[in-house]
Ligand binder design. Structure first.
Ligand SMILES: C[S@@+](CC[C@H](N)C(=O)[O-])C[C@H]1O[C@@H](n2cnc3c(N)ncnc32)[C@H](O)[C@@H]1O
Length: 275
C-alpha cells in the first residue's frame, strides 16, 4: 500500500461507523488503466489529503493518478480552486511543487486569488488541475466573485468557467496537460444540466482532448435508501459519476508568438450573454 506522509493538515474526522469502514476502506493505490475510475475512499494511505471535513473535496486518488501520468518530480502543479488543499498534499507526496489558490484560502499554503486572474507568468506551469463548483448548492465563502454563487442554469456560470479555462491555457507551458473534475447537475427546478459536456466543448476551444474519464462517485449520501426511493418515485437519477476531462496544450512551434495563440478556435462556441 502507498504510504502517504503524515499530513501536517490532519483534521480528525468523526469516528467512522462500521458501515462507513466497510464501504470506504482504503484499498491499494494503483494507476487506473481504463476510462472508468473507481476507488472506495476519499483518501489513500494512512493519512489524509486535503480535509475529510471539507464539503466538495476532490478524491485524492484522482489527482494522484493524474500527477503520476502527466508530471515528473519537481514539476510545478497549480490548482486555482484549491479548497482544502488536496492537490497540494498529493503533489508533496509525489515530490511535485504544488501551487494553490482560492478565493477562500483554508490554510497557509493556499494563496488568495481569483482563478480567472492568477498571479502567474505566461507558460510557467507544468500541470493545471481544477475541481470547480458545480452550481450554487454549496456555500464556499461570502466573496461575490465565488463561481459557486452562480446557478449552472445561468449562462454566466459557463462564462466564468470559460475564463478559468482560458487562464489555464495562458499559464501552462506548451505540451503540458490539464484536467477538470466536474459533475453534472440536476434539480427539480432546473432539470438536468449537462455541465461536463458543456465544459468539454469550452475546453476544445483551447486544448487538444486527451481523454474523458468517468469517475464513480462514492458519496455516502448515495448509499442512503431515501435518496434511491425519491429518485425512482420522482423519475430522476442520482449523480453516480463525475467527469474527469484531460486536455493538452498544443501550440505549433511556428505559431508560438503569432496571434491568436489558441489553436482550436474553429470550434469556439459563442456564449450568449444573458446579463
Ligand atoms: C469543489 S471546491 C474545490 C475542492 C478542492 N479540490 C479540495 O479537494 O478541497 C471549489 C473551490 O472553488 C473555490 N472558488 C470558487 N470560485 C472561485 C474563483 N473565482 N476563484 C478561486 N477560487 C474559487 C471555492 O472557494 C472552493 O474552495
Amino acid at each position: 500500500m502507498f504510504k502517504s506522509r503524515p499530513s501536517k493538515h490532519v483534521v480528525t474526522p468523526t469516528a467512522p461507523t462500521r458501515t462507513h469502514q466497510k464501504l470506504f476502506q482504503r484499498p491499494e493505490l494503483k494507476l487506473q488503466s481504463t476510462t472508468l475510475w473507481e476507488y472506495s475512499s476519499q483518501h489513500y494511505g494512512t493519512g489524509f489529503q486535503g480535509s475529510p471535513r471539507y464539503q466538495g473535496a476532490t478524491p485524492s486518488y484522482v489527482i494522484w493518478n493524474l500527477l503520476n501520468r502527466y508530471t515528473k518530480e519537481g514539476d510545478q502543479v497549480v490548482d486555482p480552486m484549491c479548497g482544502s488543499g488536496t492537490t497540494l498534499d498529493v503533489a508533496a507526496d509525489l515530490n511535485r511543487k504544488g501551487i494553490g489558490f482560492d478565493l477562500n484560502p483554508t490554510r497557509g499554503d493556499i494563496q488568495k486569488s481569483d482563478a480567472r486572474t492568477l498571479p502567474l507568468a505566461d507558460e510557467s506551469m507544468d500541470f493545471f488541475f481544477v475541481d470547480p463548483p458545480y452550481s450554487d448548492h454549496i456555500h464556499y465563502s461570502e466573496d461575490p466573485r465565488c463561481i459557486g454563487k452562480i446557478s449552472a442554469s445561468n449562462e454566466a456560470f459557463f462564462e466564468a468557467l470559460n475564463a478559468v479555462f482560458a487562464e489555464a491555457f495562458r499559464v501552462l507551458k506548451n505540451q503540458s496537460y490539464m484536467a477538470v473534475y466536474i459533475c453534472d447537475f440536476y434539480s427539480k427546478s432546473t432539470g438536468f444540466i449537462p455541465i461536463g459536456t458543456r465544459c468539454l466543448a469550452l475546453l476544445l476551444q483551447y486544448f487538444k482532448p486527451v481523454d474523458h474519464i468517468c469517475v464513480v462517485r462514492k458519496h455516502q449520501d448515495l448509499e442512503k435508501g431515501q435518496y434511491h426511493t425519491a429518485a425512482i418515485d420522482q423519475n430522476f437519477y442520482l449523480r453516480g459519476f463525475n467527469h474527469l476531462i484531460i486536455m493538452q496544450k498544443q501550440v505549433p512551434e511556428q505559431k508560438k508568438s503569432a496571434e491568436p495563440k489558441v489553436r482550436y478556435r474553429s470550434s469556439v462556441m459563442k456564449i450568449k450573454k444573458t446579463h
